[in-house]
Structures are given as C-alpha cells and as structure tokens.
Design a protein around this ligand. Structure first.
Ligand code: ARG
Length: 266
C-alpha cells in the first residue's frame, strides 16, 4: 500500500492539477444521473497521495476512504458512478461547482470549511504529526523547535493551517521557511532528499510514511481533528442517506474490517 511504485513524474502526470476521471460507470458529473435501476448516480472526489486513506497502486486508486465510501453508498439508494482525482485544495471548489457530489479525502471537519460545504458525521479521528528524516540529527520535540527550519505541508490542509497559526503568525517561523506542496508524497520526498527538515501531516498518514520510507515521527501535536465526507450545503437528503449508511457500516463488521485492512499492519 504505497505510492512507491510511482515515480514523481508518473505521479504528477496522473494527478496533475486537473481532474482525471478514473472510472465512470456512467458519465454523470454531479447532480446525479440515473443508475439504470432508478437510483441516483453520484460521483466522488478525492486527492491521492495520502496513504492509507487514498493512494495510487499500480495506477489504481485504492485506500480506506475509497473502500469506506463505497461501502457506505452501497447501504443507500444512491449508486457511485465513479471517482475523480484532484489536488486537495481543489476538492471543495469541485464540490460546489457540482463536478463531484461527495469528497472522501481524509478531510477534517472544521468551521472554515463548514461555511462553504457540509459534512457527514465523523468517520475517523486524527492529530497532526511532525515527521523528520530517520537518519538525520534533527529531533524536534515541540513546535517551537521548528523555528528557523524548512518545513513542508500540503496546500490547503490543516497541517498547513497549523504551521500558519502556531508558527508563522506568532513569529516563530519565517514565511519563507514554509514550503507548500500539491500533495504529501512530494513533501515527504523533499524531506527524504534533505530539501526540507520536517513535514506536518495527519498522524495516521505519518505512520504509513514512516513504515514505508526512511522517515520518523518526531512528535505529535494534538489537534483532535475528525474526518468527514464533504457534501454540498443543502444536499440534505443525500447527507442523511450517507449518515445512515455510515452508521450501518459502523454497526456491522465492515468498518472494523476496513480499519484492520488499511491500518492493521504497520
Ligand atoms: N486532514 C487534513 C485536512 O483536512 C489533510 C487532508 C489531506 N487529504 C488528502 N487526501 N490529501 O486538511
């Protein structure tokens, strides 16, 4: 379960900045077509490069979010027509523009996003982790130790907001020391290459990178984030259906099975 099989070039050409349609049973972008059996078709959007939630494996989009959303939609009267891939920061615009109908991308529920979109009930919790090179001599134990160092995160994420609000705004880090990336794989590669000294990233994803690459979690920073599926404001019937589907999947064995599958062996 890694992006390791993809070179940076292949990765970029796959993800790029624009949407790539990976699989479409029927070509309905947003708004919903007809599933053939009368069900409404919906299209999901994600941002791969965030293992084990979503990543490309041999060209295929896989991960916990992919399996979980598919299991949840299976419990509803909707049909998942397919997945589209975006950079993380383009997901909310894609949702509001009706290019997609739901976001499954380890997206943290927060007030700022809640002003533009809605979220389902939470399905996973996370804090931020600070990742460093395994063989390096830099072993920070708190955010203030990051002062004066080159730090990276993915554009538009809560990792980036943590750097902004906890380091740059209080004057502990110069803006020029912050490097933002289109995805976290590129950030971690730059860390491995020695171009930056630390990456701020969601803890479960940090654990996955640490298991697959020569990087370590130096420390974690408690943010108490909850991930939810992003839906359009006002799409209340659909949101309710997803919430019902989510609780069914949680009550049965599916949620636990998927957790074991994607987070089990690290
Ligand atoms: N949880 C963080 C956020 O919501 C990071 C999510 C990044 N997700 C991704 N698929 N790249 O901002």
């Amino acid at each position: 379960m890694s992006d390791d099989g993809l070179s940076r070039r292949q990765y970029l050409s796959t993800v790029g900045g624009t949407a790539v349609t990976v699989s479409l049973a029927g070509c309905f972008g947003g708004g919903g077509g007809n599933g053939g059996d009368g069900s409404t078709e919906i299209t999901a959007g994600t941002a791969p490069g965030f293992p084990p939630f979503e990543m490309k494996q041999d060209g295929e989009l896989v991960g916990f979010d992919i399996d979980l959303l598919e299991a949840v939609v299976d419990e509803t009267d909707y049909t998942l027509a397919g997945w589209e891939e975006f950079e993380f920061k383009s997901l909310i615009p894609a949702l509001t523009n009706e290019n997609i109908d739901v976001v499954a991308a380890g997206m943290t529920i927060n007030d700022e996003r809640d002003e533009t979109i809605d979220f389902t009930d939470p399905y996973y919790s996370s804090n931020q982790a600070i990742v460093v090179r395994e063989d390096g001599d830099f072993s920070p134990t708190s955010l203030s130790d990051l002062s004066g160092r080159a730090i990276g995160a993915q554009k538009g994420t809560t990792g980036e907001s943590t750097i902004q609000s906890e380091l740059i705004e209080p004057g502990n880090l110069d803006e020029s020391n912050y490097n933002s990336y289109g995805n976290y794989v590129l950030a971690v590669e730059d860390l491995q290459n020695g171009n930056i000294d630390a990456v701020v990233i969601d803890e479960p994803v940090a654990q996955t990178f640490a298991a697959q690459r020569p990087v370590n979690i130096a420390f974690t920073y408690e943010t108490g984030e909850n991930f939810g599926f992003g839906v359009r404001d006002g799409d209340d019937e659909f949101t309710q259906a997803l919430n019902d589907g989510l609780s069914t999947v949680r009550d049965g064995s599916t949620y636990q099975d998927l957790t074991n599958k994607w987070f089990g062996q690290q």
